[in-house]
Design a binder for this molecule. Structure first.
Ligand SMILES: Cc1cc2nc3c(=O)[nH]c(=O)nc-3n(C[C@H](O)[C@H](O)[C@H](O)COP(=O)(O)OP(=O)(O)OC[C@H]3O[C@@H](n4cnc5c(N)ncnc54)[C@H](O)[C@@H]3O)c2cc1C
Length: 488
């Protein structure tokens, strides 16, 4: 699509409107459905325009982890103490630098209410805790650590509390009744029971403004025909990230060139471009989630070293933090050094990612031999293992703070998994919005009639990431967008 395609249209140019509603939502994923429900409950009639043939978006394919805390009923039932203040302290430390304090503050203060909103709308969280290292929960438990809250350095900054809330699944396979599907399905059913009208196979492309530059509609394409949709109260943009727009990734988040993940091809940045064409401001366009293709059960039992044979992250932390530190700070170079006994023990555990248990590329009788086989500068890996083992003999990791339960000396035979270039991710930056999901103009004023939520906006994450914050802030600020648009 050319840039010209995003240029706004003037309402006076439209001779006939094809559809009309109080609130028009673009994109039927998690932010869109949340906006639609709240707008409908506020008395608006709502049209939701979706490019594909059905609801769901990336959300329905996702693991379904929703980042909630501050003392949710599930946290309390399972014996975990948390407060909004404690949650805020963690999020500000882990999701920055430069995280939006106002958004994080509202998000934490409203988190228990948001949990209740989800459960009142049919989302089920099973009262069971999964406490093993992992990307996701392999079974159907409802709560897990999902951001490194219980690992260094965050376990010293805030009281650790698990906040990854996972909808109960009837079939773990992602996309087929996995967590994200079990989140989206009840919400889509509620939206439709409230009279929200979906239009599928329609691709929004341009905003329509009146003479006072207020957004009053949206132009779209449906099977080649141009369609004009009038929004009497407001337009809500929720079409997802720009992870699959190669040019935007190259401009704003080049670390992800050639490695989009945890997104869908429809995430082409169109909402950002449409709103930019009206003067919208952007935030944190370089921020990215980074997945790391390694099994956390193995990582916790070994040491991760970079291309210089040095450790750089506590191996028992949130794997997304491992991914960010590997890609952004260590040239995407990582090796997992692990002894035979720990490798076998790790492979015998339950994990949601057994397919990340690659066989070692190198195996040796001594660390010196392994170092040489890996082509690392002489002495580097040996020095790393010597320091690690010296402290591990006393059950400690003063260098990076790995928890004592995972600290044990690296023995022999010893092996290394080649984890170079094993990262991918999605973009976190986007439209600069207020806590009420109004899209801000570069002047600092809201653009009248225009709201946005989800990954086309910059949410609670600026630099860091915790699993569940994307579905979390998309649904939370999606609701705000629906309420604000309907109130016009
Ligand atoms: C495998 C996988 C696992 C994940 N796991 C998690 C997790 O556990 N926790 C978490 O927080 N996040 C997770 N994510 C990320 C999360 O799913 C997304 O970041 C989140 O869904 C973003 O919400 P959204 O509403 O912005 O986008 P989406 O939910 O993708 O919704 C956007 C919708 O807009 C539609 N659309 C796009 N362009 C147009 C257009 N021009 N016109 C009309 N419609 C359009 C899309 O088709 C889509 O339906 C995962 C993602 C994947 C793929």
């Amino acid at each position: 699509m050319t840039t010209a395609a995003f240029r706004p249209l003037r309402a006076a140019e439209i001779t006939a409107w094809d559809h009309e509603a109080d609130v028009v939502v673009a994109g039927y994923g998690i932010a869109g459905v949340s906006a639609a429900i709240e707008a409908a409950r506020a008395g608006a009639d709502v049209l939701i325009l979706e490019r594909t043939g059905g609801w769901g978006g990336a959300a329905a394919l996702s693991g379904g982890i929703v980042y909630l805390g501050g003392g949710t009923p599930l946290q309390r039932e399972l014996g975990f103490e948390d407060t909004p203040e404690n949650m805020k302290t963690f999020m500000l430390a882990a999701l920055g630098p430069g995280a939006d304090e106002a958004k994080i503050s509202d998000y934490c203060d409203g988190s228990v209410e948001h949990y209740r909103w989800l459960t009142d709308n049919g989302v089920v969280f099973k009262s069971a805790f999964w406490g093993e290292p992992g990307w996701e929960i392999p079974g159907d438990e409802g709560l897990m650590y999902s951001g490194g809250e219980n690992s260094a350095p965050f376990n010293e900054i805030a009281t650790p509390a698990p906040r990854g809330h996972v909808p109960q699944m009837s079939n773990k396979r992602t996309g087929e009744q996995g967590g994200g599907y079990m989140l989206m399905k009840p919400l889509a059913e509620v939206a439709e029971s409230l009279g929200v009208t979906p239009v599928f196979d329609i691709r929004v492309q341009r905003l329509i403004v009146d003479d006072a530059d207020r957004v009053v509609g949206i132009a779209a394409k449906k099977f080649g025909d141009e369609v004009f949709v009038r929004a009497r109260r407001g337009v809500v943009l929720t079409t997802g990230s720009f992870a699959y727009n190669d040019a935007m990734v190259a401009s704003f988040a080049p670390q992800l060139i050639g490695r989009p993940a945890a997104a869908i091809e429809e995430h082409d940045g169109c909402s950002i471009r449409m709103a930019q064409a009206l003067g919208a401001d952007l935030a944190h366009m370089g921020a990215t989630e980074v997945a790391f293709f390694a099994d956390p059960q193995l990582m916790a039992r070994g040491i991760l070293v970079n291309g210089r044979g040095q450790r750089y992250v506590p191996e028992d932390t949130y794997p997304g933090r491992v991914g960010q530190l590997t890609l952004l700070r260590n040239d995407n170079q990582a090796y997992l050094v692990i002894d035979e006994a720990s490798y076998e023990e790790g492979c015998a555990t339950t994990s949601s990612t057994p397919y990340f248990r690659f066989p070692p590329k190198w195996a040796a009788e001594t660390v010196a031999e392994l170092e040489s086989d890996m082509g690392l500068p002489e002495g580097t890996l040996q020095a790393t293992v010597e320091v690690y083992n010296r402290h591990a003999a006393a059950g400690a990791d003063p260098v990076l703070g790995k928890k004592p339960e995972w600290v044990r000396p690296i023995g022999t035979p010893v092996a290394a998994l080649d984890l170079r270039n094993c990262t991918a991710g999605f973009t976190l930056g986007g439209l600069h919005t207020t806590v009420n999901s109004e899209v801000l103009h570069v002047s600092g004023e809201p653009i009248p009639g225009l709201y946005a939520a989800g990954r086309c906006t910059s949410g609670v994450c600026a630099g860091g990431y915790a699993s569940g914050t994307s579905l979390g802030d998309s649904s939370f600020f999606g609701r705000r967008a629906g309420i604000a648009a309907a109130a016009n």
